[in-house]
Design a protein around this ligand. Sequence first.
Ligand SMILES: NC(=O)c1ccc[n+]([C@@H]2O[C@H](COP(=O)([O-])OP(=O)(O)OC[C@H]3O[C@@H](n4cnc5c(N)ncnc54)[C@H](O)[C@@H]3O)[C@@H](O)[C@H]2O)c1
Length: 276
Amino acid sequence: MKIAVTGAAGRLGRETVRLLVHAGHEVTGVDVVGAPAQGGGHFHVADLCDASSTLQALGESETVVHLGNHTTSYGRPAGKVFNENVAMNFNVLEAARAAGARRIIFASSVQVIRRERLACEDTPSGLSRLPLDGEMPAVPSNPYSLSKAVGESQLRYAAANFGMTAVALRFPALLPDLSTLARAEPYPEALVDEAFTWLSYADAARCIQACLMSPIIGYRCYFPAHPRPWVRQPVEALRQRYFPEVPVTVALPLVSFVDGQRLRQETGWAPQDGQA
Ligand SMILES: NC(=O)c1ccc[n+]([C@@H]2O[C@H](COP(=O)([O-])OP(=O)(O)OC[C@H]3O[C@@H](n4cnc5c(N)ncnc54)[C@H](O)[C@@H]3O)[C@@H](O)[C@H]2O)c1
């Protein structure tokens, strides 16, 4: 399959290109910075904010994995993050349509469903329910998460109007491995409404691959996260401490903050990397 991967010089992009090339696909990486030293496939330097460069870079791709975006609001002008992310998404969708691509996978973020509540704050959670899944309503709280929420709408639009299969993946904190984050207690600046969720880069890339290969049709939004939190405590104890007022949609005691059932049923994907 001819696959274009945007953001191919980034951490998830490199992992994804490596996996897809290894699986035998014809991969073209696209990024505004130069090609990474390793990874394989072809590489196209292009600024996704520019419509004609994006059109050229995506060529005749049958499938697009769209990971190239500003990846945070912190320390960056709010208008730049929001406007440029939305412009990149629009240009990529238009170029995918022009290429005749039938499927697009987009990296959204857990940030679309949570407020910026710190572990050291004594305020109620803004989560609408537990466990978390991809169908929770978007409640963006910063320019980056607003751009991701708009990105999900842009995908829904592409599915409805271009006949594409369009998959938004609301990734949690992505890590090389759990050792970089695992703690016995949340650190004070931890954003608790992400419910201590995480995923390895390798599992995120495998999830993208599973979504590319699955028979799903139309628009989907999933929350691909490891079922165990990065805080090494029983999930039910964490729930009672940090989310006592949040409605729970499964039987108690809660055993995971993540409901990955639909994603597993529809794509066959489940995380393979380390347990907390
Ligand atoms: N890393 C995380 O914890 C995390 C969590 C949730 C969602 N995500 C999303 O996953 C995707 C990949 O994240 P990552 O961790 O690999 O980030 P990264 O910063 O390593 O990679 C992003 C890449 O996008 C490229 N890019 C940015 N603007 C561009 C432009 N105008 N034109 C072309 N390329 C451009 C950058 O050069 C970079 O190589 C992003 O969309 C990010 O928002 C990441």
